[in-house]
Design a protein around this ligand. Structure first.
Ligand code: GSH
Length: 313
């Protein structure tokens, strides 16, 4: 019996959603009734080591629904792996296309191994009948209460990093107490310009030129920082690097594919070498599926980071 089995006594048969069919079902869209001010991402439960939140860290209790295409889901999966939780928290992947039914389980990435749902929406419906908010990945599911714990990407990876120490030896402590404030400070700066800013920078909106400038200024500052040190916060790999990496790995293939923003990530040599350095780490490489967003060859070029990497290697 594996560790996960203690919470998964049921055998779930593999069933799949019918193919994505926008003509039949329409586009995925969330509409808000006038006067309905409930948050659209409604589930934000937290896992705690002592169970005080109602969701106690445990072996085999939780399942992460992810999507290979999604940077926010990848953040959670990387955090899970670096925390050493491969045998503690199970993971599965939704298909990469959707219609009005939202994310679904198809032959592409396999069935829902926990509940046998064909639509991710079914997990939300089981938690809150009539649920009409966003059905998003990552979604964290609890096998004990049979509910969604969270679809708030901000907390999921942090809980993996910090609340499961009794169950696994982390490969890397990605959210150490002494760096937590610095990680969140960086997020207010890099997160705003990069994570939230890239799409606007690539667009045609009235603020796109300003967003582009802000993004490229931020890349330049980060490039200078990475000329001196291996990771964003020095010689330790942290959640801050996870957050930046998932954006960088999609940049030239996604928002900047038509070179609408700049000539490419390699215009920032230290940032580009840093990105490939991070990509060479198995937990990052194994969770990166370039087939869902483009080509890969350049990312395999050795980073050759020189002195600043040698110092901390
Ligand atoms: N925007 C989400 C982050 C996660 C997210 O956007 N996930 C995307 C895929 S990368 C998704 O599933 N979106 C569906 C939706 O938001 O309805 C949030 O604020 O929590």
């Amino acid at each position: 019996m594996t560790q996960l089995d203690q919470h998964t006594p049921r055998t779930v048969s593999a069933s799949f959603a019918s193919p994505t069919d926008v003509d039949r079902y329409g586009e995925y869209r969330i509409t808000r009734e006038p006067g309905d001010d409930r948050p659209l991402y409604r589930f934000n439960g937290r896992i705690t080591a002592d169970g005080s939140s109602g969701f106690r860290a445990d072996k085999g209790r939780y399942h992460l629904y992810a999507g290979w295409f999604c940077p926010y889901a990848q953040r959670a999966v990387i955090a899970l792996k670096l925390a050493g939780l491969d045998d503690i928290v199970s993971v599965s992947y939704v298909d990469g296309t959707r219609d009005a039914r939202g994310w679904a389980f198809r032959e592409t990435y396999g069935p829902d191994p926990v509940n046998g749902f064909t639509l991710l929406r079914d997990a939300y419906e089981a938690t809150e009948p009539g649920f009409d908010g966003h059905v998003s990945v990552p979604t964290l599911w609890d096998r004990v209460t049979n509910t969604v714990v969270s679809n708030d990407f901000r907390g999921i990876g942090i809980d993996f990093a910090t609340q499961f120490r009794a169950f696994a030896e982390p490969a890397v402590d990605t959210y150490p107490d002494d760096l937590a404030d610095a990680i969140e400070d960086l997020d207010r700066w890099i997160g705003t310009a990069v994570t939230q800013g890239i799409a606007a920078a690539a667009g045609n909106g009235p603020d796109a030129p300003e967003q582009r400038r802000h993004l490229l200024d931020t890349f330049a500052l980060v490039d200078r920082r990475l000329a001196r040190q291996r990771y964003l916060l020095g010689d330790r790999l942290t959640e801050a690097d996870i957050r930046l990496y998932v954006a960088l790995v999609r940049y030239d293939l996604g928002a900047n594919a038509g070179r609408a923003i700049n000539t490419g990530l390699d215009a920032f040599p230290h940032l580009w070498a840093y990105a490939r350095d991070i990509y060479s780490i198995p937990e990052f490489k194994d969770t990166t599926d370039f087939t869902t967003y483009g080509t890969l060859a350049a990312w395999r070029t050795p980073p050759n980071r020189g002195d600043q990497a040698d110092e901390v290697a």
